[in-house]
Design a protein around this ligand. Sequence first.
Ligand code: FAD
Length: 513
Amino acid sequence: MSETAAASTPLLPEYDVVVVGSGGGALTGAALAAKAGLRTLVLERTPLIGGTSAYSGGACWLPGTEVQQRAGLPDSTEGARAYLAAVLEKPDQDRVEALLAQAPRLVSALEADPLMEFEWIPFSEYYDAPGRVPMGRSIQPKAIRRDELDPRVGAILRPPVERDRAGRPGRSTLSGGQALIGRLAAMVLRDGGTIAVGHDVSGFGRDESGRVTTVLATGPDGPVEVRATRGILVAAGGFEGSPERRSLHGTPGRAEWSMAPRGTNTGDVIDAAAAIGAATDWSGEGWFCPGLLQPDGSGTFTLGFRSGLMVDQTGQRYGNECLPYDRFGRVMAAAPERTPSWFVFDSSEGGRLPAIAMPEGDPAEHLAAGTWVQADTIEELAVAAGLDPVVLTATVERFNGFAATGVDEDFGRGTDEYDTFFASAGSPNKALVPVAQGPFHAAQFVLSDLGTKGGLVTDASGRVLDEGGDPLPGLYAASNSTASVFGSAYPGPGAPLGAAMAFASLAVEDMLR
Ligand code: FAD
C-alpha cells in the first residue's frame, strides 16, 4: 500500500487545513475545505481510510433537510428539537441548536455536489418521545459503483466489516458507510486535497501567540511536521481500542469487543490535544450494543432480534431484547452477571442467529469454539451453557407464555415501534415468537460498542475549548474524538455520523471566517 494514497509527492510543509482521521466527520470537513479552495491534507494512521465509518450503515441523523421533504416525511427542525429536548439529559443547548441549524445547510451544500446524493432510510428512532418521526427521519448517501469514483479512492477504502475482518476486498457497489466515505474522499481528491494514509498523528504545536499551528505525525519514512494556517480538525475516533484508556475513563466493555477496526481508535490524539491545554469530558461513555462473541474473542454488533431471548448467567431474562441496541447495551452493562449473556434461540431459521450480526460468523465454527452450544432440549442446552436447567426451562416457558398472549409482562417487548421494526413472525405480537422448534441453540453475548463518545470539549462552532472554556485558537474537533452533543443518549439511527458531519462542517465554516 502506498504511504500517501492521493499524493505520490511528499507532503508539503504547510496547508490551510489539516484533518486528523478519515471517518465521516473528517472527510466531510476535508471535502468542504477543499471545495472552498483551501489547501487540505487528511492524515490517516492506517493504510485504509474510513475507520468505523466505513463499516457503518451510513445512516445520518440530520433532521429537517430537503431529503426528508422529498420523501414526504413529517420531519422538521422543530420536531427534531422537541425530540432531542425529550431524550437528552442536560444538553448543551448551544451545540444542540447549532446541530439543528446546520443539518439542512450541510445536506444542501453536500447535495449541490454531483458526487453526493442522499435518500431517506426507513429505520425507527430509538425513543418513544414527542417529535419522533414514524419509521425514522435518518438519511443515507445513495449507493454508488466503485468504478464511478476516482480509482485512488477504491484503492484505499476500508472494506465492510465482514470483509475487512476476513482480509477480503470490498464490493464493486458501495453502499451505506462505504458510499459515504467513497463519495467524500472522491470530492476531496477532485478538489485538490491530499489524503495521506499511514500517517499516525502524535502531537500538536502552538506558536508564540498560542495558536495551534502544527501537527506532528509519524509517516512511513519517519517523523513529519506540517503547519496549518487556517485550522486543524481532529476527527479521529474515540478511545474504544485502548484497554488502558477505557479502564481510566470507566468505560464498560472491552477493546477487543469494540467494533472499531483493529489498530484505529486508541484516543492518543485526544490526549495529544489535552497535552496542549484542551479540556476533556469523558461522561458520554460510548455508543453501546450487544456483541455476538466470536471464536477469536472479538464481539460483533448485533441488532434486530427477530426471535429468541437473552439470559444472564443465572438463566433469567433481564430486559427487552428488542430495545434499540444502545439501550439494550446499557441494560447489559448495568449488572456484572449479564456479561457474558446467552442468547437462546430455536431452529426456526435453520440454526442461524435470528438477528442481524455484523458479522455473524460460521455457526459450525461457533459450535466448535464453544461460543455457541446446541442441544435437543432446553434442559440439555442449559447444561451445555453452564446454566441452571430448572431456571432456564422456567424462563423459556414463561417467555413462550408471553408469546402466546402477545404480552411480555416482564419487559414489554413488542410495545414500541422499534421492537417490531425487524420482527415479523410472532402472532399476536410480532416481536414475541415462541422458542419451540428443536434443536435449541445458545450464543454468547458480550457488551460491544460502535465507538466511545467522551473526549474533547468543543463549542457550537466545533472549536476545541481549554479548561477555562475559551477556544484554543486553530484547533477544532468533531466525531467520537469529542464529548458527544447527545451526552449519553443515542437518539436514533445515524446519530454518530450526523453529529460528526455537522460539527466538522461548522468547524470548516469557522476556519473560513
Ligand atoms: P472512525 O470512523 O473510526 O474514523 C477514525 C479514523 O481516525 C480511523 O480511520 C483511525 O485510524 C483514524 N485515527 C485514529 N487515531 C489517529 C491518529 N493518531 N492519527 C491519524 N489517524 C488516526 N453510525 C451512524 O451514524 N450511522 C450508521 O448507520 C452506523 N452504522 C454502523 C454500523 C456498524 C456495523 C458499525 C460498527 C458502526 C455503525 N455506526 C453508525 C457507528 C459509527 O460508524 C461510528 O461511531 C462513527 O463512524 C465513528 O466516526 P469517527 O470519525 O469518530 O471514527
